[in-house]
Design a binder for this molecule. Structure first.
Ligand code: CTP
Ligand code: MG
Length: 234
């Protein structure tokens, strides 16, 4: 059994507005992508990593991931970089195709946003352990802090879903490799990989996520990330 992590990192980071792809944005001098890859490898249960890089920055990304050094460097594994696609789902599919061609022994595939750069390695391990225990699809989740409303096109509230049964979804999402491949070949559409698998009728189970696994989307999120790094993040 080997575990490969796909890291979609090909987005432009428009909402962050940093003038460079978000994956390359440094926090305390270390790019988000490097932090994300280190977190995966530091879990001790990921053998291979395939990064989907912005197509114009594949060589830049190859250079910066060389800085991922021991104890994060995988024993006998490697960090691969491929060109990503127009949408996140395209980037995942391109990385998955590469992974299954180059690492045919991979039985578990994780999909992990570069933008969730501070995900604790323990969350990665919990996801891998649950897939290894026989669950074909596993996602880390958190309860909601806020009440959620469903509204119509005019912004008028039509329903108040029971918050107790709702969850915020994080990454890495973990899958049996064959199931994820089937989902991506299905022609179905969803906003995340677990959503695709769910539409195949495959059960998706949850494990506890962590607030540090937040997605860095805006400048505010980047400030929160800096607080996580300095230990003032709560
Ligand atoms: N991503 C990707 N390929 C794309 C679009 C997004 O690999 N064509 C990746 C991003 O690099 C990120 C993750 O998917 O790690 C989640 O996407 P998001 O947070 O939306 O990042 P960006 O697309 O970079 O940000 P924005 O939407 O603000 O431009
Ligand atoms: Mg985006």
């Amino acid at each position: 059994m080997s575990v490969v992590a796909l890291v979609p990192a090909a987005g432009r980071g428009e909402r962050l507005g940093y003038g460079m792809p978000k994956a390359l944005v440094p926090v305390d001098g270390v790019p988000l992508l490097v932090r994300a890859v280190r977190g995966l490898l530091d879990s001790g249960c990921v053998q291979h990593v395939v990064i989907a890089a912005p197509p114009s920055d594949v060589d830049v990304v190859r250079d910066i991931v060389k800085t991922v050094t021991a104890p994060s460097a995988p024993a006998g594994g490697a960090v691969h970089v491929v060109a990503g696609g127009a949408e996140r789902s395209d980037s995942v599919r391109l990385a998955l195709t590469h992974a299954l061609r180059e690492m045919p022994d991979a039985t578990i595939v994780l999909v992990h946003d570069a933008a969730r750069a501070f995900t604790p390695p323990a969350v990665v391990k919990a996801v891998v352990d649950a897939v290894a225990a026989g669950h074909p699809a596993v996602i880390p989740v958190l309860p909601l802090a806020d009440t959620v409303k469903q509204v119509d096109d005019g912004g008028v509230v039509v329903a108040t879903p029971d918050r107790a049964s709702l969850r915020i979804v994080q990454t890495p999402q973990g899958f049996d490799a064959a199931v994820l491949l089937r989902a991506h070949r299905s022609g179905l559409h969803a906003t995340d990989d677990a959503g695709l698998v769910e539409r195949l009728g495959v059960p998706v189970v949850t494990v506890p996520g962590h607030q540090d696994a937040m997605k860095i989307t805006t400048k505010f999120d980047l400030a929160v990330a800096e607080a996580i790094l300095t230990g003032t993040g709560g």
